[in-house]
Design a protein around this ligand. Structure first.
Ligand code: PHE
Length: 445
């Protein structure tokens, strides 16, 4: 008996869930830090170019594969490669799935830090100073508590299903996130020193634009930010009815993602200069003192210097980061869950808890061997797995996949000139461009 697949009930629901996946720690933490370190406006410019030329086409290819096949990533890639290389399709799907677990193994740790800091502000407001100090100081015990709490939060949403869990919660949380972000920006921009930061952020320093490292950082950031290469967007695409105008949807997701990253820069970079004006040491030789320290040391010092209001700001800020991380986590958790449900006939609830247990075990490894594993896992995921998976998507959509692929249907392409351009762009330009950057990464590393 064929079971009816769960699905998104509206286009807006899909866009909010996909934007929820895209908008995460990468936007609110990663993007502003990279911009502050790489020539401000120059980085923003290069980031936008790389997003349009490569990350957005990759997002399209990923969502298109899911949407057209209506299957989980392993099933979708096997089907698309059925005619010429079914095994390679399945293998790539499983590599993506591994990428999803890797992503969760470090992301849930960092998300746990955000949650702990939000609670630190709250407990301090309530006068529980000792608890608050513990919550805001990093320790393995704290990680061992907050990583699983965060994993369980994600699982609690995912096990409810696509419409009742993911769509409902994304639609609730995303507007709250925007609201909090705008509120924070308005407050910070009124503080002394903020305008100097605004200028650094918005005026490009073109001398840095041609630095190959800048282009590579921007590309890694763009892929990570648009969530491509681990199947989260593919599985969301598969929960939408076929035949929608994907181009428009993909552009709206990318635009929302870039917009939030841009807004986060309007908050963080001026905040750095406000902190500097207040006497906190922020830059050393034009570079931020430490990326990690930005969120957990510089900004908290700034919030502390703001008195009572600082506690409120601190709570809102870390709650914002926690929400952003949660909606990203659920999209990635859905990848292995959908695989177990569809390919191995698991019940959704059982699949969700099983995957959550597995994620907890991998994050435990990262917590225990933090110094060796944390950076390494992030590095392998963002500079290897994500770009290689995107290359695979381009090759599959452009060359391998025949049946069901409109971009390979000669009659459809001839009838619509725009489609022909797009098909050729995905087929020829994207794989070459991506390979060029990829080889450069290998050389530089
Ligand atoms: N895009 C998310 C962020 O910006 C992270 C993410 C990566 C989510 C890969 C899903 C897949 O934080």
């Amino acid at each position: 008996m064929a079971t009816i697949r769960d699905s998104f009930h509206s286009r807006l629901g899909f866009v909010l869930a996909a934007a929820g996946s895209a908008i995460g720690l990468g936007n609110i933490w990663g993007f502003p830090t990279q911009a502050a370190n790489n020539g401000g406006g120059a980085f923003v410019l290069v980031y936008l170019i790389v997003t349009i030329l490569l990350a957005l086409p990759a997002l399209y290819a990923e969502i298109y594969l899911g949407n057209q096949t209506q299957k989980n990533p392993v099933g979708a890639l096997s089907e698309a490669c059925q005619r010429f290389m079914p095994k390679a399709g399945k293998a790539a799907g499983l590599i993506g799935l591994m990428g999803a677990i890797m992503m969760l193994s470090f992301y849930t740790i960092v998300a746990g830090w955000m949650l702990a800091h939000a609670l630190a502000a709250l407990t301090e407001m309530l006068g529980m100073v000792e608890l608050s100090t513990w919550l805001s100081s990093s320790s393995m015990t704290r990680d061992l508590l907050f990583t699983p709490i965060f994993i369980v939060l994600g699982a609690a949403i995912v096990h409810q299903g696509v419409n009742a869990g993911i769509e409902k919660w994304s639609s609730r949380l995303m507007p709250i996130l925007l609201f909090m972000l705008i509120g924070l920006i308005v407050y910070i921009l009124q503080q002394p020193g903020a305008m100097e930061g605004l200028a650094v952020y918005l005026i490009p320093d073109f001398s840095q634009v041609t630095d190959p490292k800048l282009v590579i950082s921007a590309m890694g950031q763009a892929f990570f930010s648009l969530s491509v290469g681990v199947g989260g967007m593919m599985v969301y695409g598969s929960y939408m009815k076929k035949g929608k105008d994907l181009g428009k949807l993909v552009v709206s997701i990318a635009a929302l993602d870039a917009f939030i990253a841009f807004l986060a820069g309007l908050l963080i970079i001026p905040a750095l200069f406000v902190a500097q004006t207040a006497g906190v040491e922020v830059f050393n030789n034009g570079k931020l003192i430490g990326e990690g320290q930005l969120i957990f040391s510089i900004l908290p010092t700034l919030f502390n210097s703001m008195g009572e209001m600082g506690l409120v700001i601190s709570f809102v800020f870390f709650a914002l980061l926690s929400i952003a991380a949660l909606t990203s986590t659920i999209s990635v958790t859905e990848v292995p869950v959908a695989y177990l449900v569809e390919e191995k006939s698991y019940h959704r609830t059982k699949a969700t808890w099983l995957i959550s247990a597995l994620v907890f075990c991998t994050s435990l490894l990262v917590i225990v061997f933090f110094d060796v594993l944390f950076e390494l896992v992030i590095q392998v995921l963002t500079t290897l797995i994500q770009p290689l998976m995107c290359l695979f998507y381009f090759i599959v959509v452009g060359w391998i996949w025949q049946r069901g692929n409109k971009l390979r249907d000669q009659a459809a392409i001839e009838a619509k000139p725009a489609l022909k351009w797009w098909a050729n762009y995905l087929r020829f330009v994207c794989p070459i461009l991506l390979s060029v950057v990829f080889v450069n990464v290998a050389i530089i590393n």
